[in-house]
Design a protein around this ligand. Sequence first.
Ligand SMILES: NC(=O)C1=CN([C@@H]2O[C@H](COP(=O)(O)OP(=O)(O)OC[C@H]3O[C@@H](n4cnc5c(N)ncnc54)[C@H](OP(=O)(O)O)[C@@H]3O)[C@@H](O)[C@H]2O)C=CC1
Ligand SMILES: O=C(O)C1=N[C@H](C(=O)O)C[C@H](O)C1
Length: 266
Amino acid sequence: MRIAVIGASGRMGKNLIIAAHEAEGVSLGAAIVKAGSSLVGADAGEIAGIGKLGVVAVASLADCVADFDVLIDFTTPALTLENAAFCAQHNKAIVVGTTGLNDDEKAALTSFSEQAPVVFAPNMSIGVNLTLKLLATAAEILGDDYDVEIVEAHHRHKVDSPSGTALRMGEVVADALGRDLKECAVYGREGQTGARTQKEIGFETIRAGDVVGEHSVWFATEGERIEIVHKASSRMTFAKGAVRAANWLSGKPAAMYDMQDVLNLK
Ligand SMILES: NC(=O)C1=CN([C@@H]2O[C@H](COP(=O)(O)OP(=O)(O)OC[C@H]3O[C@@H](n4cnc5c(N)ncnc54)[C@H](OP(=O)(O)O)[C@@H]3O)[C@@H](O)[C@H]2O)C=CC1
Ligand SMILES: O=C(O)C1=N[C@H](C(=O)O)C[C@H](O)C1
C-alpha cells in the first residue's frame, strides 16, 4: 500500500510520515501540506525531521492522485470531509483520525464509505482500543449502582472538547448500561448544579502544556471506586495504529470500519 499523509507538517502528520516510512509492507507515496505553505516542495522526511525520503510535499490531493492507494488524514473536520469526498470519487481508501466531527459531518463521512473503504476512529492506539473493551465489561458488571465520570487531559493546542476518545468511551459505557449518551451526558459542571443524578455520565476536560493524551474513567459507589486509565506518552502510538489500519484496508470492500475491526476486537 502506498500511503499519502495530509496535514504532513502537523503534530500527527510528522509522526505519520515516520511511521509510514518505517512500517513493513507499506511505503510513503505522498505528503500534502497547506496550499501556500513554505513547505510545498520540501522533502517529507525533512519535514518530519528524519532526513530526505525522496517524497516531495505537494499542495493538494489532485497533485499526487497517482502516487497513493490510501490517504491518512488527521486534520480538521471540514478538510477531512473534502478529502473523503476526493477519495470516494477516485476510489482511494482513507484512514481518518480527525476528531470533533458533528453528527452531520459523521453522516457525510459514512455516506462516502459507500464508495470507498474508510477507517474512522478517535483513537488509533492498541491500548485505548483494548480499554474500550475493558470499559464495556466493567459497565456490564457494575451496572447502575456505580457513578460514571470520564476525565481527560490533553495539550494546550487541542481545539475540540471533550476529546473524541472520551466521547467514544462514554458511548461504550452508555451502550453497556442501556443508556443514550446524548440524554445522559453532563459536561463540565459549574455553579448550583444540584446533586448528581444516578444515570448521568460526567465529562471533565483538562487542557495544559504538552500532555499527549490521558483518559480516566471512574466507576464510583459508596465504599469503593474503580478507575480505568490510559495514558499516551508518544504520538507514535497513534501513528503506528493508523499505518496498521491503512495496511489492513488493502483489498477491503467499501464500508465504514473502525479500529476495533482493524484489531479484530469485535
Ligand atoms: N485518532 C487518533 O488516534 C488521534 C486523533 N488526533 C486528531 O487529529 C487531528 C489533528 O491533530 P494534530 O496533529 O494535533 O493537529 P495539528 O494542528 O498539529 O495538525 C493539523 C494539520 O492539518 C493541516 N491543515 C489544517 N487545515 C488545512 C487545510 N485547509 N489544508 C491543508 N492542511 C490543513 C494543518 O496545516 P498547518 O499546520 O499549515 O495549519 C496541520 O498540518 C485532531 O482532530 C486530533 O484530535 C490526534 C491524535 C490521535
Ligand atoms: O488532539 C489530540 O492530541 C488527540 N486527540 C484524540 C482525541 O480527541 O481523542 C486522541 C488522542 O487522545 C490525542
